[in-house]
Write a protein that binds this ligand. Structure first.
Ligand code: PNS
Length: 174
């Protein structure tokens, strides 16, 4: 039996630099609530990301390959304009703790003011993921810590490659 939400197209926007298991949990859970979920990476030159937009999209595609109604994309400009252009009527965001709420509330209200026809839906992050952030994951890896279980294995590999010390080249013998 089909439900009325089958026709809903939703956008899950973010920086995803890189994607964590918290993001992945949210993607899996929200994809079950809508007809189509577009996970979209913000293309923002102002931020200095660790991974390029293409790399972040590749990682997202790798881990969402098994979710038939999930698509990966990127966007720039206003989120609500992009959502509208993609035929989406819903924006999905995750809330980990009270500290996320203020920023998310501001964004949701601004987005509603810009385009009232687009709703924002907040999902609480899974308890096991409520302390994970892309920023902390990068910091831990950069300082030599273990992030197993916090990010998908494929992301862990890419993080290790990114922070691997540069090889010391043999001096040319004279
Ligand atoms: O993962 P992030 O960095 O918390 O995601 C933030 C994001 C991408 C959702 C937000 O920065 C955004 O929507 N940027 C697009 C520009 C925009 O629409 N700004 C006005 C919204 S208040």
């Amino acid at each position: 039996m089909s439900s009325s939400t089958d026709s809903v197209v939703a956008i899950y926007p973010g920086s995803f630099d890189p994607l964590t298991n918290g993001h992945l949990d949210l993607i899996a859970r929200s994809s079950r609530l809508v007809g189509r979920l577009i996970v979209s990476v913000l293309n923002n030159d102002a931020k200095q990301p660790l991974f390029s937009v293409t790399e972040r999209m590749d990682m997202l595609r790798e881990v969402t390959a098994g979710l038939a109604n999930v698509e990966v994309d990127s966007f720039d400009g206003l989120l609500v304009d992009y959502a509208s252009a993609r035929g989406a009527t819903l924006i999905v965001r995750g809330i980990r703790a009270v500290s996320d709420y203020e920023y998310e509330l501001q964004m949701a209200l601004m987005n509603r003011r810009l385009r009232p026809e687009i709703e924002t839906m907040f999902l609480l992050s899974g308890e096991a993921y409520s302390f994970i952030s892309s920023r902390l994951v990068k910091e831990v890896v950069r300082l030599g810590g273990d992030v197993t279980g916090l990010v998908p294995a494929s992301v862990e590999v890419r993080l290790a490659e990114r922070f691997r010390p540069a090889p010391i080249l043999n001096p040319v013998s004279r």
